[in-house]
Design a binder for this molecule. Structure first.
Ligand code: SME
Length: 157
């Protein structure tokens, strides 16, 4: 059984730097992918208190909802649709300071105001995405991108 997560206050960088070694320990020696994705979402949600944190996984021509923390969400997203589908299509991280200004944004919840979506790559091909949503505007930047990419690099697909 995992120990409790040690949560810190402080700036974003300190929070990520404290969290990442703990995520490493959680994943260490555990080959089950779903368990690991689930623990990553739980650790991020617990440290940052974001509204929604979760994975979507590429299945044929759609993203399908994977392990997440937060309210129920859209189950399937087509390639190129919304922020998640666009991140998949472009194989790029998208930072959206105001979701209402993103053409085609898919509102799983009207509470969500800003988001960051990062592709999860396997052999250079998008395997899925990590989507993080906040109920506040303008919550994500290059610091989140930098550290969330480090967390995604820990996943053995
Ligand atoms: N807003 C996302 C959809 C996923 S949910 O917010 C959980 C999008 O536009 O792709």
């Amino acid at each position: 059984m995992a120990d409790d997560l040690q949560i810190v206050k402080g700036d974003k960088t300190e929070q990520y730097q404290n969290l990442i070694p703990q995520i490493k320990s959680l994943l260490f020696g555990e080959p089950d992918l779903i368990a690991n994705l689930a623990n990553i979402t739980a650790a991020l949600k617990e440290q940052f208190g974001w509204f929604w944190v979760g994975f979507y996984i590429v299945k044929e021509d759609e993203l399908v909802l994977g392990p997440f923390q937060g309210p129920v969400a859209c189950t399937r997203i087509k390639k190129g649709r919304g922020v998640c589908g666009s991140s998949w299509d472009k194989a790029a991280t998208l930072i959206v300071p105001d979701v209402e200004k993103f053409p085609g944004h898919i509102a799983c919840s009207s509470i969500s105001k800003s988001e960051i979506v990062l592709p999860v790559l396997k052999n250079g091909i998008v395997w899925g995405v990590l989507d993080v949503d906040s109920e506040l505007l303008n919550q994500f930047d290059q610091i989140d991108q930098f550290y969330l990419e480090q967390i995604l690099a820990l996943i053995e697909l």
